[in-house]
Write a new protein. Sequence first.
Length: 485
Amino acid sequence: MKKKTVRIVCALLLAALIPLSLITADLLLPDYYSESYYAALSSMVRRLDSAPGNRLIVLGNSDVAFGLDGALLEEMLAEKGLSYTVCPFGLYGAVGMSAMLSLSQGALKKGDVVVLVCEPVSDALSAYFGASAFWKCAESSRWLLPRVGEQQRSALWGNYLSYLQEKMAIASSGEAPRPSGVYAKAAFDGRCDLTYPRPGNALPLGYDTSSPVDLREARVSADFAAQIKAYCEEAKKAGAKVCVSFSPVNALAVLDSSPEAVKAFFDEINRAFSCPVISDPNRYILDSGWFYDTNFHLNTAGARLRTCLLAEELLPYLGCYSPVAYERPAIPPSAAALPQEGEDDGSFLFTATPDGRGWLICGVSEAGQKKESLAAPTFHEGLPVAGFADGALNNAGSMAELRLPASIEDLPDGVFRDCASLRRVVFSHREAPCRVHPDTFQGTENLRVFVPDTDYVLYRDGVGCEANPWAEHLDRVFRYSLQNN
């Protein structure tokens, strides 16, 4: 009996010490994300809490950050005699729109207007909550944690150990994340407008080929619809109004933009939400020239255009029916810059991408089948080589090494499954890693991936506004020196 009592006491002490040790480790580790894009969330919440007068809250995901000029919208409304403080309230799809609803709901007050911005993607129309991403957002602002809902807090505690393990891995590596460019806290001004210059479309083919948009398949989940309903009810109690608009989407990425497909998406939103829809989704299927680095992120000129479109729709909703006069910006030239890498030496066969704007590798030539080391070219007949067709490497059984240029945007599931001799894939991607999927490296247990040593942190931490697809493949990733390669 005495031994049993001792064991119980020891177990209780251990149970108490483990959380204490975790919290101690958390406190001892430095903040790694305080200057990152994640950290802009706390600034958005603070602005919402402190903004004077009536507030216009534009709530969504990263399409809001990249697609709204809050200062311009305030100015356009003021010209019509409407005084609103515009609060951009969308940052990161990996956090989830559900979190943005939770963070803002308790702050609503009389006179506020909330614009819910819907992306035509089922994941964005769900109650998804990215606990891992939210921990990074709250790393230096722990006061954010109690602002989310009860289920979201439970998810945060369930993810706490993983979050700490990730921080400890960063500490042991000696390489902290390096926020820079548009994906840094410094990219936002004091109004929470994303002011970092985005001169034009930086995508090699003008759109992200790995993320097609199917308007007919976009679905609002039942739990998300319920959350929106509860949000609207709380807004009404507070004296605020809620309406719905749409995110911009790259026309090249839309599989079907027929009137029937657009109506199907509109009807889905109109059915799921009780608040009024003030926008026509047709107006937000925009030319690729207005976009920046994803199918939903606008460049600087595109953000200005979208802001003007939204102002046109908001004014009648707010009771002002006089026309809006604005100068439509010009579509900027492409900002895509691809260095020439790899000679088009006849080792590969190609097929045109569905839009005819580039090439996919669809096979290995007879000459290529005799080589152990192959290098995919950046260009073929003057157009970029963007990826691989299904079964492209089925006849590459002798290939031991493959070098990939930065133009390759996506490696599909199973692309290497028939490459029995493949041991080494070398990437030259610098600003953004090539997209991979859970089964990209299926059947290649001995394959190693080599990336530039200066850019390893991009593979470890991810880049942009999506979950890091490389996280589950990091055990394969090794570094090489650009000077010695």
